[in-house]
Design a protein around this ligand. Structure first.
Ligand code: NAP
Ligand code: 8YV
Length: 325
């Protein structure tokens, strides 16, 4: 397929998309945009010709159903819980995501968030900026430390393993829970999340969102983690019972939490904003220009590979069987 042929293929971009990705799609394909992925708002003249979607946000079954010529949804991000990939798989629509290229960045963020949480660095910096070092003397000695901590990873996949490597370098022991034990890893495996939480004092959540993990980190898990417990979430907010977490932070059931993700982003529950022992970030795990450009390239490379060579670069498992029409 020539460049000219690709330029005749219509790719729909609903909502905001990374500028590097949008620029390459505009240059290569016939790119059309709309404000949000609302099935009721697709212009009639667009619906009949769209063969691909590039999406930063969610894509529902109803949205896909409105596009009769749709072949591929190229999703921006490794987590694709907001794309109905099961429906796509049943209707022979390919879904791709952006694994690997963000793994090290997100693992870096997880460690930064963990250290901020136990050593209070954001608060210490505010103390300096407010002039309190000059007026009141040194910032307080932190009750929290990484020293002697035992880490548990909920989701020992690509990012989980990159986090584990960093934790080992920091001198922490590592254990994990997945549905299946990972062959060849030197870390203790726990068949349940509660058993992992009981065995460690630092729980790092990096499982995908979706039904199988919804509110898995609940009051029972937090109680098992205990009063010295630190909970870090770099996976998805839906995996946590946020009411139970806010309560556990307020009443001392656990020591502290560091959160990059929330159930209803960008809205953060007031109960989590109110507790002093939570360190909060606005979903910035992969958010450097370097890594977002790499993710953007993979989104566009998936579209080009699909239309030019008849195969994607990184299909999600639910649609691995889908072939070009
Ligand atoms: P991955 O390689 O697929 O790893 C996911 C791990 O979770 C696997 O080891 C899997 O093992 C385990 N898992 C899945 N469902 C589970 C369940 N119900 N119970 C227990 N374990 C389960 O994915 P990844 O590349 O590491 O990414 C992980 C997630 O991180 C993404 O899906 C995304 O939600 C999140 N993320 C967040 C950011 C951010 O900016 N904060 C950035 C990137 C990714 P089993 O299948 O054996 O259970
Ligand atoms: C992105 C992420 O910010 O890759 C993921 O799963 O959570 C982040 O890297 C997000 O997907 C952007 O859509």
């Amino acid at each position: 397929m020539t460049e000219k042929d690709l330029s005749r293929i219509t790719i729909l971009v609903p909502g905001k998309l990374n500028e590097h990705a949008a620029g390459r799609i505009r240059k290569t394909f016939d790119m059309v945009t709309m404000d949000t992925a609302d099935p009721g708002k697709i212009p009639a003249e667009v619906a009949g010709k769209v063969r691909g979607i590039a999406a930063f946000g969610g894509i529902s079954a109803a949205f896909m159903e409105k596009l009769p010529k749709l072949e591929i949804v190229a999703s921006f991000g490794v987590g694709y819980d907001s794309v109905d990939a099961a429906h796509a798989g049943k209707t022979d629509v390919m879904v791709t995501n952006t694994p690997d290229v963000l793994t090290e960045e997100v693992a870096d963020t997880a460690l930064g968030l963990l250290i901020n949480t136990v050593r209070e660095f954001p608060k210490a910096e505010n103390y300096l900026r407010e002039g309190r070092w000059v007026k009141e003397g040194p910032y307080r000695l932190t009750p929290g430390t990484l020293r002697g901590r035992k880490a548990g990873i909920f989701g020992m996949g690509r990012i989980g393993q990159a986090i584990a490597r960093r934790l080992e370098a920091f001198g922490l022991s590592v254990a994990y829970h997945n549905r299946r034990q990972v062959e060849g890893l030197p870390y203790d495996y726990h068949p349940t999340l509660v058993s992992l939480a009981q065995a460690v004092d630092t729980l790092i959540c990096v499982v995908p969102g979706g039904a199988s993990t919804a509110k898995a980190v609940n009051a029972e898990v937090l109680k098992a983690l205990g009063p010295n417990g630190v909970f870090i979430n770099i996976g998805r907010g839906s995996t946590v019972d946020e009411d139970a977490l806010a309560k556990a932070l307020a009443d001392g059931t656990i020591f502290a939490a560091g959160l990059d993700v929330f159930a209803d982003e960008p809205n953060v529950p007031k109960a989590l904003l109110d507790v002093p022992n939570a360190s909060l970030l606005p979903h910035v795990g992969s958010a450097s220009i370097y890594t977002r450009n790499a993710m953007a390239d993979l989104v566009v490379d998936n579209l080009i590979s699909w239309f030019a060579e008849g195969k994607p670069v990184t299909a999600v498992p639910e649609t691995a069987h889908v072939k070009p029409k």
